[in-house]
Design a protein around this ligand. Structure first.
Ligand SMILES: NC(=O)c1ccc[n+]([C@@H]2O[C@H](COP(=O)([O-])OP(=O)(O)OC[C@H]3O[C@@H](n4cnc5c(N)ncnc54)[C@H](OP(=O)(O)O)[C@@H]3O)[C@@H](O)[C@H]2O)c1
Length: 155
């Protein structure tokens, strides 16, 4: 998929550090269309600002924003995704959504020690918020010819 000379929307979750941050900077360097927008999602506001600066360094032309969203709060995250993406200023000619944020949960926890709340938060991060973000992303990019979703599956 080429983003060259296409107004592109890039959404990356877990962009505050690690693989997501590197992916956001790498994708930013590929995007060259006027009006392109990169949306970085994570939790740690300070780290997100650092990531935002890094991504701006990789592409001085694109508009870059970062947003602190707690994916474990499924309802709050869904509302945030809709609000954030409705401000994305489309229509776009290409779009990509990188679902990278995730958790392996409490490693080594015994089944008998798990609470419904903990399991609910685990599913909210790894499943429900992924679906919510997809819904907001698909709505915002309806009609985009080169729409492409990249999904990391966390095992
Ligand atoms: N299946 C495998 O074998 C395997 C191996 C390696 C990595 N992975 C997965 O690949 C992804 C990236 O790995 P990584 O090493 O780069 O991870 P990392 O350094 O731990 O970064 C995780 C990112 O996800 C965000 N995140 C985590 N929980 C969140 C929540 N509840 N709400 C919102 N954002 C949340 C973090 O945000 P903040 O830092 O801002 O909180 C951070 O930006 C992770 O999902 C990891 O589980 C899987």
């Amino acid at each position: 998929m080429s983003f060259a000379n296409k107004k592109t929307l890039v959404v990356v979750t877990g962009a505050s550090r690690g693989i997501g941050r590197a992916a956001a900077a790498a994708l930013a360097a590929e995007v060259s269309g006027g009006g392109s927008r990169l949306v970085l999602l994570g939790r740690d506001a300070d780290k997100l600002k650092e990531a935002e600066a890094e991504v701006k360094g990789a592409n001085g032309e694109a508009s870059v924003s970062s947003h602190s969203v707690e994916f474990a709060d499924a309802a709050g995250a869904e509302k945030s995704f809709r609000e954030i993406l409705s401000e994305a200023k489309g229509p776009f000619e290409a779009a990509v959504c990188v679902h990278n944020a995730g958790t392996l949960g409490r490693q080594g926890a015994k089944a008998g020690d798990l609470s419904a709340e903990e399991v609910g938060e685990y599913l909210a991060v790894n499943l429900v918020s992924v679906v919510s973000l997809n819904a907001a992303f698909l709505k915002e990019t309806e009609g985009v010819e080169n729409r492409c979703e990249l999904m990391y599956i966390h095992l």
